[in-house]
Design a protein around this ligand. Structure first.
Ligand SMILES: [Zn+2]
Length: 290
């Protein structure tokens, strides 16, 4: 059958984005969510924590006591702006940046055994039946322990969801077709984080190793043109008022453009064909027929 050259399909396309904190879905890959929702796909997000110990931006009225409730609402509101059909929140406690005392809090997300977290994500996949699932890269973008935990849990859940012998969920198996890691190209991240360090040498972000940021550019398999959705992305970023906007901290307009105009991914499953290098896909649903 000839392949349609429009974005219209005869079946419902369903996309699930799995993140760790309210704002990850918007600051990380919001344009991807907006793009597919605008094209008629059913877009879903699941978020592990309420972002309890995040920074509080100057422009916000939130206090450390109200932050988690305010951020939860920001997550739902940003989802509405982006056209997300359902925004799920598991409600674990934010573990904080690597090496902070919050890592050891008994309720911290990173303290939750991986099997327990996997079961939650399997339930979500089996309930929503996405063909495409994506999450953070294995390094969590910039090493955040919650991102790394969510990435591993999502990969394990992706394969368990379609396995009838998996005992962690009572729902009927559903096998998604494709798994991706959303990845910021290291070339962009190096420039960006070096600018953080220069602007505020005492910030947590300044202490991170720029050579470990994002993913090596050569590992990226997939890029989406998200330039048409920049205005809506900016509106969704605005909704996360308790958080410093990534756009406020952009050192140059060129870097802001590279952040907003494209979203990059690593295809995990099906595996990238042997010998295939560089970007070869421009649509997360490429090859999916039903
Ligand atoms: Zn996060």
């Amino acid at each position: 059958m000839a392949k349609s050259n429009t974005n219209e399909t005869k079946f419902e396309r369903r996309l699930l984005c799995v993140v760790a904190h309210p704002d990850d879905e918007t600051f990380g890959s919001g344009s991807t969510l907006i793009k597919y929702a605008a094209e008629g796909a059913s877009v879903f997000t699941s978020c592990a924590t309420r972002g309890d110990v995040g920074e509080i931006a100057d422009r916000s009225d939130a206090t450390p006591e109200t932050l988690s409730a305010v951020r939860e609402q920001e997550y739902y509101d940003a989802g509405k702006v982006m056209g997300v059909k359902k925004s799920i929140l598991y409600g674990y406690r934010d573990s904080g940046m690597a090496g902070t005392a919050d890592n050891d809090h008994p309720n911290a997300y990173v303290q939750v055994p991986i099997d327990v977290v996997v079961a939650k994500v399997v339930d979500t996949i089996r309930e929503l039946k996405p063909q495409v699932v994506f999450t953070f890269d294995e390094g969590g973008g910039y090493g955040h322990p919650d991102h790394i935990h969510a990435s591993l849990a999502t990969k394990l859940a992706y394969f368990a969801a379609g396995d009838p012998s998996y005992t962690g969920s009572t729902l009927a198996p559903w096998k998604p077709s494709k798994l991706y890691y959303h990845g910021f190209p290291r070339s962009i991240m190096k420039t960006w984080f070096a600018a953080f360090a220069e602007a505020d040498p005492d910030s947590d972000l300044a202490k991170l190793d720029v050579n470990e940021m994002g993913v090596p550019d050569e590992l990226l398999s997939t890029v989406l043109d998200t330039a048409p959705y920049v205005d809506m992305r900016r509106k969704a970023i605005e909704v996360h008022r308790t958080q410093y906007s990534p756009l406020d901290r952009m050192p140059t307009p060129e870097l802001a453009d590279s952040y907003l105009n494209q979203d990059f991914f690593i295809r995990v499953d099906p595996p990238v064909p042997e010998g295939q290098t560089g970007i070869f896909e421009h649509d997360l649903f490429e090859g999916i027929e039903e």
